[in-house]
Design a protein. Structure first.
Ligand code: NAP
Length: 338
């Protein structure tokens, strides 16, 4: 059986998780090359998995043994490696976000269209999460009637020292922006960011936490999403869709319920690694299978990554301007991305 030879650029937390996943869990592929700015980490991972280490990510992308690329660096380096992959004509899976700047997304879109074939997939893994998939099916089957309102929340347990108000939307909130657009099969027309009282736990200069993203869609659906970087109790992702015939809610991952000392309790996942493990596994197997079959990837496209970046950027401007509401004018989707 043919094995897809993958090169991974960026071996931080998720890069190492994905290398392990591709090696131990996903069938039909092999990690043959890795690259990482922290050479000590990179060489160690390369040795552990029998892959070749490259000091330079672009050299890895251009090396003949690499057939497909996975980009898992920090956000600002994504665009560079996606562009290099398109230039090399190789399928590329890029962790979210596609890029941090709208202009970079536009460059990627242009380059992929000029290449003439869709080869970019963005790692918005919630589209593969069984709970979100069931929620989407429930809406599409009309069980709750016309969707009217969405209440969602994205609470991280804690955050890195580098977290800023802008990243809170562009790095965390971008998941919500993408998954709700996909869930409702809709696009955004306006947005606003409401700033509640500052959390005493995450109080630091440059980080307003929590924030509430408010969005309105073309169909007229109103969305509120709480983004919090320091719940202190766990990684908590909630989504409830209110329709005119009923409501549908994203299930929590199943955890054992204990009853002891007159107390009923059940666990909450601590982070994305465990909360979305099934979604990552399904997403990655699907990506490897489609690349091996030379088919258009099923996950979020470069266009979806562009839409998410554009929306997040406008919401960032709303916040910076003190919470004003702004129109979100999205360009027409080219036929290439239909
Ligand atoms: P992380 O642990 O901070 O790792 C980021 C990696 O990028 C590190 O290896 C870092 O090296 C490397 N890097 C920094 N500058 C670079 C450059 N100029 N060129 C190449 N590599 C560079 O972060 P992470 O949690 O793994 O996140 C990595 C990416 O995955 C981020 O874009 C994030 O948004 C995404 N992510 C997605 C999910 C999801 O749910 N889909 C979850 C987590 C993360 P140093 O360690 O030396 O700085």
């Amino acid at each position: 059986m043919k094995e897809l030879q993958i090169g991974v650029v960026g071996l931080g937390a998720i890069g190492r998780e994905h290398v392990k996943r591709l090696t131990e869990r996903i069938t039909g592929c092999r990690v043959v090359a890795v690259s990482e700015v922290n050479q000590e980490v990179g060489r160690k991972v390369a040795e552990q998995y029998g892959a070749k280490f490259y000091e330079d990510g672009e050299e890895l992308i251009n090396s003949p043994e690499v057939e497909a690329v996975m980009v898992t660096t920090w956000d600002p380096a994504h665009a560079q490696y996606v562009m290099a992959s398109i230039k090399a004509g190789k399928y590329v899976f890029c962790e979210k976000p596609l890029a941090t700047e709208v202009a970079e997304c536009e460059e990627i879109i242009k380059a992929e269209e000029a290449f003439g074939k869709r080869i970019v997939q963005v790692g918005f893994m919630r589209r593969f999460d069984p709970g979100y998939v069931e929620l989407k099916k429930t809406i599409e089957e009309g069980k709750i009637g016309l969707p009217l309102i969405v209440h969602a929340c994205h609470r991280n347990m804690t955050h890195e020292a580098t977290m800023t108000s802008e990243m809170s939307i562009k790095n965390s909130g971008v998941h919500e922006i993408d998954v709700l657009r996909w869930l409702l099969d809709d696009d955004y027309v306006s947005g606003q960011v409401v700033l509640p009282r500052q959390s005493s736990i995450s109080a630091k200069e440059g980080l307003q936490d929590p924030q509430i993203m408010m969005l309105r869609t073309k169909k007229g659906i109103c969305i509120d999403v709480e983004i919090s970087q320091s719940s202190g109790y766990g990684y908590d992702i909630q989504c409830e869709v209110v329709g005119d015939l009923g409501t549908a809610k994203l299930p929590d991952p199943p955890r054992v319920i204990t009853k002891t000392d007159c107390t009923k309790a059940s666990g909450i996942m601590p982070g994305w690694e465990t909360r979305f493990i099934e979604a990552y596994n399904i997403e990655m197997q699907d990506w490897v299978d489609t690349v091996l079959a030379d088919e258009t990837p099923h996950g979020a496209s470069a266009w979806d990554g562009y839409m998410a970046c554009l929306t997040a950027t406008i919401l960032g401007e709303c916040r910076a301007e003190g919470g004003t509401s702004k129109e979100i004018t999205l360009p027409e989707k080219p036929e290439f991305y239909n």
